[in-house]
Design a protein around this ligand. Structure first.
Ligand SMILES: NC(=O)C1=CN([C@@H]2O[C@H](COP(=O)(O)OP(=O)(O)OC[C@H]3O[C@@H](n4cnc5c(N)ncnc54)[C@H](O)[C@@H]3O)[C@@H](O)[C@H]2O)[C@@H](O)CC1
Ligand SMILES: Nc1ncnc2c1ncn2[C@@H]1O[C@H](COP(=O)(O)OP(=O)(O)O)[C@@H](O)[C@H]1O
Ligand SMILES: [K+]
Length: 556
């Protein structure tokens, strides 16, 4: 598992490294700038061709007047903090490779923090710094057709309030990002490279601060974002993935400092993957050794969702899977399933009777269950047979409590998992959703991580909040994110019934003995893997059928 850091955690790690005496802020900034340059040439190797080292010796050649039109050009936009400091380092390093580099500063050079100031002065020995104004980039790409790279070093982890003051510059970066790499009308546009965080995005939440509508039309965006040490939360949350382009992480040599005292295990957020948990089956267990999952179905013509869940639970390795079906839907379900078993469950008493079998060790309620049926069955589900039986609540089992979420929370126990999408989340946790959806006016803004942690605490169980970034949190603060972005982008997963399969995956893993947190994390990760395995054209029925191939790839 890799870690996803908040700005405060990153600062604490840097601080610990500097206080240890092993490094200095200036040295870290140099490594950061070098990392950005390395990442640029790794992403676009053709840009490195023909570069000739100028060496480090100061020379006055950077004056715009003495720059040849044939030289590759970079424009570097530096801000008032250390992110700007990284920008000055990048400017110097590109200059030393023989590039024409033009540097703009937003803010007062006198007020730059000390490390950034050092690099500002180093740059001044090589070239000029112009004041960045709203219209500074108007017509820039057209007037300077050899501009290959634009560096966004305006704000990084320190953005604390909305940044609208340079709307013209931000829109130009947005336009360049969209047009770069494409030839059109004889003009080529530079690639936009953001240092650490795309300027305008809050590092902890991934939200463009102060923005409530579509930010992709007018906020700064990047083709490549180069971050340091570990990815930040913004790289996987909210607007962050789309705004960041690709992510490259540069190692600053700080690994030793990750365990600084103020990083408590449950304050940390990880990127979920199944590397910690074994999916293999061992020994000579019989089928009951892998558990028995019960999935409750809705009534006639509403059985498809539960069947998808059941198929998911069986494929992921539950030893037995039974569908609990009302009498009127028995024939319909029986005609559609083979290895999956059926039990008539009409009333709460029927459910209580079935659950006396303690071998049924995982339960799923929700997919197309119907609001009334859900409301009637939940209490029996939580109260019968096995104590604290692992139980997944999805879809209708969540919405059924929209009027009185606390009635549900009072019944839940620590082995439950709630799997809301955005709408269901807002029904169960309206105040939290309101806070999450409000236009953020200052950073760090309230994030999906904050919201899911708070929800898990309130519900007293694991909450898996779905989306392209699925956030999973436990009441004690443990949290991970399953991100379907970048190389794991899986937009085909947003298809009817896909969430039902996920609920089945979690239930199946609970039946196999996974803890609620492990089951949710592993299921969410495998869900995306299945979508990637199948690719475009995926429908919900295909998802469970990819598991054998995914398991094979994993060596399960
Ligand atoms: N601290 C370190 O040792 C290192 C820091 N690094 C870089 O430093 C960055 C963090 O630096 P900082 O903490 O200085 O933060 P930033 O450089 O992101 O900017 C903070 C400054 O911007 C101002 N500001 C915030 N929002 C504003 C707005 N909307 N309009 C105008 N001004 C605004 C703040 O008051 C502060 O002066 C990282 O993202 C990374 O790029 C790297 O060099 C690696 C080493
Ligand atoms: N853009 C996306 N990329 C990847 N996965 C997504 C995306 N949008 C939604 N998902 C995933 O698809 C599933 C949809 O579930 P849900 O909304 O409950 O749908 P349904 O009720 O139709 O089953 C969830 O697992 C969610 O995390
Ligand atoms: K930046």
């Amino acid at each position: 598992m890799t870690e996803l850091l908040t700005a405060a955690q990153m600062r604490a790690i840097e601080q610990a490294a500097i206080e240890s005496g092993e490094t200095t802020g200036v040295e870290l900034m140099e490594r950061a700038g070098q990392g950005v340059v390395d990442a640029i040439f790794e992403e676009w190797p053709e840009l490195a061709e023909g570069d000739q080292e100028r060496g480090a010796a100061p020379r006055p050649a950077a004056s715009p007047r003495s720059i040849s039109a044939k030289m590759k050009r970079a424009v570097v936009l530096c801000g008032p903090g250390n992110n700007g400091g990284d920008g000055f380092v990048v400017a110097r390093l590109l200059f030393q490779r023989g590039w024409a580099v033009e540097v703009f500063l937003y803010g007062n050079a006198e007020k730059l923090p000390s490390d950034a100031r050092v690099n500002f002065e180093r740059w001044l020995e090589l070239g000029e710094v112009r004041a960045l104004e709203a219209r500074s980039l108007d017509g820039y790409a057209e007037d300077n057709p050899n501009t290959k790279i634009a560096i966004d070093a305006l704000f990084g982890t320190g953005l604390s309030r909305p940044f609208h003051s340079l709307a013209g510059v931000q829109m130009e970066l947005n336009y360049w990002e969209a047009c770069s790499g494409r030839e059109g009308h004889g003009i080529s546009f530079p690639y936009v490279v953001a240092i650490d965080v795309v300027s305008g995005i809050c590092s902890d939440s991934g939200k463009y601060l102060g923005v409530d509508d579509n930010p992709y039309d007018y906020c700064a965006m990047a083709n490549l974002t180069v971050s340091f040490h570990e990815r930040k939360l913004c790289h996987v949350l909210h607007h962050g993935p789309r705004g960041s382009g690709q992510i490259s992480v540069c190692d600053l040599g700080l690994k030793r400092f990750v365990r600084v005292p103020n990083l408590q295990p449950n304050d940390r957020v990880f990127s979920s993957d199944p590397s910690f948990y074994s999916l293999s089956k061992f020994g000579d267990q019989n089928k009951f050794g892998s558990g028995h999952a019960l999935i409750l179905s809705g009534g006639p013509v509403q059985t498809g969702a539960a069947r998808l869940s059941a198929r998911g639970a069986l494929r992921i390795g539950a030893g037995l899977v039974t569908l609990g079906v009302p009498l009127a839907a028995q024939q319909e379900v029986a005609a559609q399933v083979t290895a999956i078993m059926l039990k008539p469950i009409e009333t709460p008493d029927d459910l209580t009777a079935v659950l006396q079998d303690s071998r049924i060790n995982a339960l799923c309620l929700g997919p197309a269950l119907g609001l009334n049926r859900a409301r009637r069955l939940v209490a029996a589900a939580l109260d019968a047979g096995l104590e604290a039986r692992p139980t997944v609540f999805d879809a209708d089992a969540l919405s059924a409590f929209a009027d009185e979420p606390s009635a549900l929370f009072e019944m839940l126990h620590e082995n439950c998992v709630l799997t809301p999408h955005g709408g269901e989340f807002a029904r169960l946790f309206p105040d939290i959703a309101e806070k999450l959806n409000a236009v953020p006016t200052k950073g760090p803004a309230y994030s999906k991580v904050d919201a899911t942690r708070k929800a898990a605490k309130r519900a007293g169980c694991v909450v898996l909040f779905k989306g392209a970034a699925t956030v999973i949190a436990a009441p004690d603060g443990r949290c991970s994110i399953n991100s379907a972005h970048y190389e794991r982008s899986a937009p085909w997963l947003a298809t009817a019934g896909s969430g039902d399969v996920l609920a089945g995956f979690i239930t199946g893993l609970l039946a196999r003995g996974f803890s609620p947190m492990q089951a949710a994390e592993t299921a969410a990760w495998l869900h995306v893997e299945c979508a990637l395995k199948f690719g475009p054209g995926l429908i919900a029925e295909d998802i469970p059928e990819q598991l054998p191939a995914v398991f094979k790839d994993l060596g399960v």
